[in-house]
Design a protein around this ligand. Sequence first.
Ligand SMILES: [Zn+2]
Ligand SMILES: [Zn+2]
Length: 443
Amino acid sequence: MNTFVANKAEEKLGDRPTVTTNKSKYRQNETMLALRWHGSRDVRVEEVPVPAITEPKDVICKVTGTTVCGSDLHLYHKEIMQLQKGEILGHEWMGIVDEVGSEVKKFKKGDRVVASFQIACGECSFCKEGLSSMCDRTNSSRLQEKLYGKPFAGLFGYSHFAGGFDGGQAEYVRCPIADVNLLKIPDSVPDEKALYLSDIVPTSYHATICADVKDGKSVAVWGLGPVGLFSCKWSKLAGARRVIAIDRVPARLALAKKMGCHVINFDEQSDVVSQIYKLEPEGVDCCIDAAAFRYTKGLLHTVERTMALETDSSETPNEMLRAVRKFGTISLVADYAAMTNQFLIGALMEKGVTMRGCGQAPVQKYWHELLEKIESGEFDPTIILSHRFKVDEFSELYDAFDKKEHGIIKTFVQTRFSKPPSKGTPQLSSFKAGDIKPSAVAT
Ligand SMILES: [Zn+2]
Ligand SMILES: [Zn+2]
C-alpha cells in the first residue's frame, strides 16, 4: 500500500484513542537540528522547533547519543505505510533530562537516561506483564489494527503506522510517560555503551530467547547487521556449540569470524542450506532471521516485490525451514510487514518446526538485566561500533548505511550536547570533509 493511500485510509477510519498525544507542543524561539523524512531516499537535517512539555508525564531530553538502525532503511525506502512528510525519525537515542512534567516521579533535570524505542503506558495488561512493545494504548494507527487485528505499541520516530511520535535523530526529544519509558544510566557506563540498550541489545537478546538458544545447541543467523551480530554474540555467551553466520558483506563476516562463528558468504556459496548440512548433518537446532523482508536473492521474489504481488520475500524463512533440524526452532526478529508468496508451509508442519515471530522486542522486560551485563563487562556493545558522526551529517549517513559503504556496521551520532568519544571508541568521521576513519572493528 502506498503512503498516500494508507494515510487516506487512516483519515477515513479515524485514529485509535491513545493515553498520550503524538502532537507535541513547542518551546518559543528555540530551534534544534532534526532528521526529517521527505520521501523515498530523501531525508534531510533541518532546523525545527524544540519540543516542550506537552503532558504532565513528559520529559524533554537533550540528546547526547543517537544512531541509524537497519529498520530505518525501510522508512528510507518508503516501505512502511503511513509515513508523512516532515516526520522526525529515529528510535534509538539517549540523553540528559532537560525538563520534567509535573507528574514525573523518577527523573530530575540532569539525569542521564536511555529511552526504549517503544512508548509504553505502564498500566495495560501487556505492560503489567513486562511486554512493553505490545502496549495496547499508545499506537493510534487504526490501519495497523485492521491489518494485524491489534497493533504493537507506539514507537519513537517510526511513522504514523507506529503511532506518529517524533523520533530521536534530533538534538531534543519529548519522551511521553517518561517514568515508564526511560532508564537511568549509572556514571560507570559511557554513552557509547548505554545507547544500544534502546533497541539492538535487548532485540538481539530477545531473538536468542525466542530461538531457544541454549548450551550445547547449534545456531545459524541470517543477516549480520547489528542485531544479527549481537545474536551471534549472545549465542556464544549462552554456550552454543556452533554458531553459523550468514551474510555477503565482508566487514560483517570478518567480525563474526572474530567472534568465533563459522561464516557463510552467500555470494560465494549460494546454496546456504547444503553448506549448513555439511556442518550440521542433522540440520541446525536454532535459526534466527535477522535479515528482513526487503532482501531478495532470487529473481522470483525480486519480480514479485517490484510488481507489488507481495510485500515481503519468503526466501530467508524458506531457507531456514530447509536448514532447521526436525523439531528445531526458528525465530524471526527481522521486520516483516505484510504478505508473502511461495511460503514453504509444508516443511513447517512436516518437520515439526516451532516458528516464532519475535515481535518488536519488549525492551523494558530486559533492560535492567542487560544494563547489569554491560556494567559488569560481560557484554560490550562497542564490539560492533565502527564509526562516529555528527547529527548534521545524518542524511549522508543514511545513504552510506543503505549502500553498506565504508565498512559501517553500527554508528554513534553525536550532537552539540555529547561528550568527546570515550576511550577505545571511534573518533569523529565526516562525510562532508571526506574524512571517513577506517572502521576500528572490522579489520
Ligand atoms: Zn532500531
Ligand atoms: Zn500499556
